[in-house]
Ligand binder design. Structure first.
Ligand code: AMP
Length: 190
């Protein structure tokens, strides 16, 4: 069985965005990245963007109520009916619970949570490199460290949350983009 409603979980810099974009092509379902949507909202200076920007600059999480609304609206769009690859959402227990409720109400529950495990030193190196290449405002060393702490405290507990629901598959995120992509494809097809 190939699953079509899935979630990529992992620390910042684990490669979620890169891998979600590849899975989008191979599975023909949209990547849903709250980080991308929030950055677009900041650039467009919308109400959501104005609310989110100070949190994002500090590497803090944007309040649950805002993110849940943004992700919920996206998941209700037509193209997400075929499936979706969630990338960077949920990041807290209340977000995970809200997601479950929303998907249950649509009768389209999550089918798998792929957890990308990567060593912290590898991540900091990757993010510093991304800072040079992409120039993202929140890719500086202080913010990176803060995002790692936020991940450990608020997002890492979701691994247990999905394990208890029998949805969790751990994937080794250390390796080339190709290597990790192959492991993910195998985890999706299993
Ligand atoms: P990302 O591109 O996923 O690393 O997200 C960049 C930033 O956007 C994060 O550091 C947060 O400030 C914010 N953000 C993205 N997704 C979420 C989420 N699910 N909950 C709260 N904040 C988020």
């Amino acid at each position: 069985m190939t699953v079509k409603r899935l979630l990529l979980l992992g620390p910042p810099g684990a490669g979620k965005g890169t891998q979600a974009a590849r899975l989008e092509k191979s599975l023909h379902v949209p990547q849903v990245s709250t980080g991308d949507m929030l950055r677009a909202a900041v650039d467009a200076e919308t109400e959501v963007g104005k609310l989110a920007s100070s949190y994002m600059e500090r590497g803090e999480l944007v309040p649950d109520s805002v993110v849940i609304r943004v992700a919920g609206e996206r998941l209700k769009q037509d193209d997400a009916k075929r499936g979706f690859i969630l990338d960077g959402f949920p990041r807290t227990a209340p977000q995970a619970e809200a997601l479950d409720e929303l998907l249950d109400a649509m009768d389209r529950p999550l089918q798998r949570c792929l957890s990308l495990a990567v060593d912290e030193n590898v991540i900091v190196k990757r993010l510093m490199r991304r800072a040079e290449i992409e120039g993202r405002a929140d890719d500086n060393e202080e913010t990176i460290r803060n995002r790692m702490r936020v991940y450990r405290e608020q997002t890492a507990p979701l691994v247990d949350y999905y394990e208890k629901r029998n949805l969790l598959v751990e994937v080794d995120g250390d390796g080339s983009i190709e290597e990790v992509a192959e492991r993910l494809e195998a985890a999706v097809a299993a």
